[in-house]
Design a protein around this ligand. Sequence first.
Ligand SMILES: Nc1ncnc2c1ncn2[C@@H]1O[C@H](COP(=O)(O)OP(=O)(O)OP(=O)(O)O)[C@@H](O)[C@H]1O
Ligand SMILES: [Mg+2]
Length: 242
Amino acid sequence: MAMLEMDDVSKHYGRLRVTDAVSFSVSAGEALGIIGPNGAGKTTIFNLIAGTVAPDSGRIVFDGVDVSALPARARCHRGIGRSFQIPHPFAGMSTYENVLVGAAFGRRRPERDSAEKAIEVLELTGLRRKANVLAGQLTLLERKRLEMARALASGPKLLLLDEIAGGLTEPECQELVAAIAEVRKAGVSIIWIEHVVHALLAVVDRIAVIDFGRKIAEGEPHAVMASREVAEIYMGVETTHD
Ligand SMILES: Nc1ncnc2c1ncn2[C@@H]1O[C@H](COP(=O)(O)OP(=O)(O)OP(=O)(O)O)[C@@H](O)[C@H]1O
Ligand SMILES: [Mg+2]
């Protein structure tokens, strides 16, 4: 059964169709990559799935339930965890406390379990040594890790990652890929929006390409990367249409 189904979902702002009849599904334990140019509408898809933006039309079914009209908090409780493209942690709280909030907020669980979960997630995301540092003092890279840690702490069945590899050194990127692979092994479904394609290729089962709000290609990652659609949008290559 699909963990998530986007069914013909559209959203517009004024005259701009930011999401144009987008459909795709992600099964349990599957990882889907989303690529596309700046402003294509990728983050908006996450906003629609997580519930911070309401669709004009279409349906979003998560874990067998139509969540299209549910508020963001209810979707988080059901198991949709997200990271934000622009990190905004609680700057005056420690890294540990930030993750603890995610753990306590996501699935309702006893306080002691939340503390254990927070520590486990700090370990997984390589932030254990930063546990007592104020989030406001973390570097950008560490804040990106914290974004992932906060989302993971909520105990998601579906994890939405929005451009978390950008700006990382190659070894840091490898570490991140390994952490995401671990999350996958635990059976969590993942949708990962990413410009760092080689990181994406190391993790995902499928790639969907978004351009001007529309899904223009989807399939096996290497085949999609070699496709005419991707060449056209990234290289500005005009190929003969048949
Ligand atoms: N609340 C809003 N009101 C008006 N326009 C919006 C709003 N949110 C997004 N947009 C517009 O919708 C389009 C898609 O935005 P979105 O953030 O989804 O793109 P993106 O693919 O994530 O881009 P990037 O790669 O730069 O992160 C952009 O043109 C953006 O300016
Ligand atoms: Mg974005």
